[in-house]
Design a protein around this ligand. Structure first.
Ligand code: F6P
Length: 327
């Protein structure tokens, strides 16, 4: 669309490794197309406050390998209000920004759709979240790096668990989704994986862990997604400790937390982010709005933003089967 001469770009929500690589790709693609690029700091919050910075090719030099986001990120409460969004639209208009590239997760895309409904500023989203829980792409930017971080830590925990014949409950991120838990559980050889997508029966869990500890294994690792319906690792551990059967089992909890959000992006995340950043700018210039770019079966695909946050991406049930078969 020729009317888009100046493109605003921002990162929003929980940061994810690879967001910088995506900023770099989108900025350089837009510049190569003869467009001006404006970075919006701290996502929607910066849009409301008019915190804009002009981007050149060198603004994104030497960032492909860096975790976090050079434009910073935020979860803006003010953007949830009609007044906040009106202020943001006013600032964009004043700055002459007529198209947006947003890098973030479901909250970012939901905010974008609302903003488009009210103010009609064309926006293309790039899926950036470690959770991998976005419909419309096989993988999100940051998932592969977070998964590798989780597995690296599970390997370390296995060494100490084995040395002491201990049971470890390892909590990984995933408030609503078990992608990190499921994949790190398989890759880390966990004895059990608990995820929010499946209902876990505490009685069965107790009896399975107990039999693993007493009959087959001398150490066991249970990977728990933070959003499991039974609670996080600490809650489940408390439940086990109350049971007499577990009084002789040496049990520890390890919460990996925000270590999974940081670090240099993996090769896979850098390539994915670069492809998506370029594709997002192309989509915007081709006249698309209110869509997210994703990669499905190795092909770039566009999905309406409303589908991204309203439809649930399914976990791979074949992988779930492996967690029981291989423990
Ligand atoms: O959405 C990504 C994520 O890392 C979730 O896995 C996690 O529950 C949440 O963000 C944590 O958010 P915050 O850093 O705002 O506490």
């Amino acid at each position: 669309m020729d009317s888009i001469q100046k493109i605003g770009i921002f990162t929003s929500g929980g940061d994810a490794p690879g967001m910088n690589a995506c900023l770099r790709a989108a900025t350089r693609k837009a510049l190569a197309e003869g467009r001006e690029v404006v970075g919006i700091r701290r996502g929607y919050q910066g849009m409301i406050e008019g915190d804009f910075v002009s981007m050149t090719s060198s603004s994104v030099s030497n960032i492909i390998q860096k975790g976090g986001t050079i434009l910073k990120s935020a979860r803006s409460e003010a953007f949830r209000t009609v007044e906040g969004r009106a202020r943001a639209a006013e600032n964009l208009q004043k700055a002459g920004i007529h198209g947006l590239i947003a890098i973030g997760g479901d909250g970012t895309l939901a905010g974008a759709a609302k903003f488009y409904e009210e103010h009609h500023v064309p926006l293309v989203g790039c899926p950036g979240t470690i959770d991998n829980d976005l419909f419309g792409t096989d993988e999100t930017i940051g998932f592969d790096t977070a998964l590798n971080t989780a597995i690296e830590n599970i390997d370390k925990i296995r060494d100490t668990a084995d040395a002491h014949d201990r049971l470890f409950l390892v909590e990984v991120m995933g408030r609503d989704a078990g992608f990190i838990a499921l994949n790190s559980g398989i890759g880390g050889g966990a004895e059990m994986v608990l995820i929010p997508e499946t209902l876990s029966d505490i009685k069965k869990i107790k009896s399975h862990i107990h039999s693993l500890m007493s009959e087959q294994h001398r150490s066991s690792i249970v990977v728990v997604a933070e959003g499991d319906e039974l609670g996080g690792a600490a809650e489940i551990a408390a439940e086990l400790r109350e049971d007499d059967k577990f009084k002789d089992i040496d049990l520890r909890v390890c919460i990996l937390g925000h270590t999974q959000r940081g670090g240099s992006p993996s090769a896979r995340d850098r390539v994915l982010a670069s492809r998506l950043g370029v594709a997002a700018v192309q989509a915007l210039l081709d006249g698309h709005a209110n869509v997210m770019v994703g990669v499905i079966d190795n092909q770039i695909r566009l999905t309406p933003s409303r589908n991204v946050y309203s439809r649930k991406k399914s976990i791979n049930y074949e992988l779930l089967g492996l967690t029981t078969l291989l423990n």
